[in-house]
Design a protein around this ligand. Structure first.
Ligand code: LLP
Length: 388
């Protein structure tokens, strides 16, 4: 953040979400170019950040959208995403949401159970609309990430179990309003070990063969999202290595003729362009600890409280103070104002000596930050600042 922006922020209401739009554009452009190299398609997982301004920037690059509710579908379309490039996932789609998808002619329903498939089929027939289907297969691949964001194991609620696939294919063949267009996989989020994707490719190849041998043509293989970012070094690695990521699929996926490869990336596209900006309200000197009490808490950014997630905490103005020899640094537990002990952004964080009114940046908050905020404790509405 430049000195100029920090002085502008000093006049703003906090807590606020700061979005660096030039970095967002650069990230999307790097990702898109890397995917284009192999003709791959990206659907932006709008659950990661559905701020209209952010969506408008992303949709300009011609990405599709990955949605998990009827309202996400509507918001995606309202902000420039094409309906025919929307995919719709989620284990609990309501009838109303399914109709929203059918009436908008979305690219596919990523179907998660036999019963859901029957309901989509019935609604499609009743309304004489075509439902394009991608069967979400649970590949039983360990994403090696936090267990709350692991989705591709047998014990997880996601996807169709192997023994039910034939039933699904039969339901689709018997209903002319359903069209099988793809297979869908997603094993988890914040995946930093690319070997996980190698193992996923091996499973996808097996399933692709399973369908091929039974004479089904599958036009789209959707590999989901999950690519992790470097939360520890948001400046050194502001944009993840998308080239390595897509190259891996190029290396390990065995495609049949005329098959497209799609992805649903969320975090890796938006996380680093967002910073939660907060003010120090009070410094409390404890017996064993010093607490820096901020005006932002778990209501603005839930990830640390929910997943013990690390986000870099920094004093914004400090970057522009001359680094003097032996300048005083202190360890703080950086906490929010909410009446919960889990409302803590970091323990023993080394920071320059803080005082009331200092601006604090909580980094990499562009993904699963604003979208997971709440008004618990009847908190004030969030503010925003967009770097144009
Ligand atoms: N596709 C599906 C089917 C998903 O369930 C998800 C994320 C994505 C794509 C996008 O994954 P990404 O590229 O963003 O990792 N709230 C958690 C993350 C939950 C992810 C849910 N699914 C967090 O703050 O870490």
């Amino acid at each position: 953040m430049t000195k100029e922006i920090i002085s502008k922020l000093a006049g703003e209401n906090t807590p606020l979400y700061y979005y660096n739009l030039p970095l967002l554009r650069e990230t999307i452009s790097v990702a898109k170019n890397a995917a284009d190299r192999y003709g791959y398609h990206i659907h932006y997982a709008i659950k990661a950040n559905n701020n209209p301004r952010v969506l408008q920037e992303i949709s300009k690059f011609g990405l599709g959208a990955d949605c998990v509710s009827g309202y996400e579908i509507e918001r995606a379309i309202d902000n420039g995403f094409k309906a025919e490039e929307v995919v719709f996932a989620g284990v609990g789609k309501t009838d109303r949401e399914i109709l929203t998808g059918l009436q908008n002619g979305i690219l596919s329903f990523n179907v998660e159970s036999v019963e859901e498939l029957r309901v989509i089929g019935d609604l499609a027939k009743e309304h004489q609309l075509v439902g394009r289907i991608a069967l979400r297969i649970n590949p039983n691949v360990d994403a090696k990430t936090h267990h709350y964001i692991t989705t591709g194991l047998d014990e997880n609620k996601f996807g169709i179990m192997m023994h039910q696939l034939q039933t699904c294919v039969d339901i689709i063949s018997e209903n002319s309003f359903l069209e099988l267009i793809g297979l869908h996989f997603h094993v988890g989020s914040q995946i930093t070990d690319l070997n996980v994707y190698k193992r996923l490719c091996i499973k996808v190849n097996e399933w692709n063969t399973w369908f091929y041998e039974r004479g089904y043509h599958i036009p789209i293989l959707n590999l989901g999202g999950g690519l992790g970012i470097n939360y520890a070094e948001p400046d050194e690695e502001a944009i993840v290595n998308f080239s390595n990521f897509f190259y891996l699929f190029h290396e390990f996926l065995d495609l049949r003729e005329n098959q497209q490869v799609h992805f649903e990336l969320g975090r890796s596209l938006v996380a680093n362009c967002g910073t939660l900006v907060s003010r120090v309200l009070y410094i409390k000197e404890g017996i064993k600890k010093n607490f820096a009490i901020l005006d932002a808490g778990m209501t603005e950014l839930l990830r640390p409280a929910l997943y013990q997630a690390y986000h870099k905490v920094e004093l914004l103005s400090d970057k522009f103070i001359e680094q003097e020899e032996g300048k005083e640094v202190t360890k703080y537990d950086v906490v929010g104002p909410i009446c919960e002990s889990s409302d803590c952004f970091g323990k023993d964080v080394l920071l320059p000596k803080l005082q009331r009114g200092d601006l604090i940046g909580i980094r990499s908050a562009g993904a699963y930050g604003e979208v997971m905020s709440s008004r618990y404790n009847l908190r004030q509405e969030l503010s925003y600042f967009f770097k144009e």
